[in-house]
Design a protein around this ligand. Sequence first.
Ligand SMILES: NC(=O)c1ccc[n+]([C@@H]2O[C@H](COP(=O)([O-])OP(=O)(O)OC[C@H]3O[C@@H](n4cnc5c(N)ncnc54)[C@H](O)[C@@H]3O)[C@@H](O)[C@H]2O)c1
Length: 254
Amino acid sequence: MPVGGIILITGSAGRIGQAVVAELKARQYRLRGFDRVATPGLADFVVGDIADAKVVRESAVGVEMIIHLAATPDDADFMTELLPNNIIGLYNIMEAARLGGARRMILASSGQVNWWQRMAEQWPVRVEDPPTPKYWYAAAKVFAESIGRGYAETHGLSVIAVRLGFCPRSPEHFLEVVNSEWAQDVYLSPGDAGRFFACAVEATDVRFAILFAASKHKHAIHLDLEPTRRVVGFEPQDTWPEGIEETMLAGLSH
Ligand SMILES: NC(=O)c1ccc[n+]([C@@H]2O[C@H](COP(=O)([O-])OP(=O)(O)OC[C@H]3O[C@@H](n4cnc5c(N)ncnc54)[C@H](O)[C@@H]3O)[C@@H](O)[C@H]2O)c1
């Protein structure tokens, strides 16, 4: 079914959010941003906190799909960061989807869900492998995947949870990838991130799926992308360091 309605993107001002906005805008979708800061590149955006149920619900009334990215994107204090942003925010957006009548929810999960398998060097990681979350941040992502399944079964919401590869947000992240073959193999370029979410929007007949999204591996296969190809038709185009911005490189010299 073609997507004609509004796609709400939470975390739309962030690293992945801006890549998604750029790709979906280029494909002429109707987009609404949601972030605690203004969203560059969009006329329709809400400035609000994902932990504020009222504003989240209002922003989602009548939208067709939701891409949920807003979160603290790594480990941080549980009570003051992860609980409001990653747990309560998740509850709010899932309920907003249900009450507002959305057809699909695309949830940002993380490769950190499979952390201890990675540390044991059991490659490649497959989506059906038991989760081994690194710590609280990754455990919150497992929680998100779980309740995604619950909403798919209970409410008929189409849910795609995606364990995203490493899309560097800072010069320090960039350096981490430069110095690690593993990080290069799980690298996710901004362009591939945008294209993955476009595929997830356009995929038909998905009730519930957990998928990996990454660019092409450089050295060895660490993530099994076959289900991603099969379920949403995503084919990565970039290999590290393709797609990384020159501004990221420039940041290293400061
Ligand atoms: N970049 C990566 O490598 C990576 C890897 C795996 C998963 N992820 C996930 O992808 C999503 C986006 O990550 P990112 O790298 O773009 O991070 P980011 O920090 O660049 O973007 C997150 C955005 O969410 C917004 N946000 C945070 N808390 C909010 C709140 N309470 N209310 C409203 N907005 C809020 C921030 O303002 C920011 O714009 C996150 O869910 C993250 O866990 C990212």
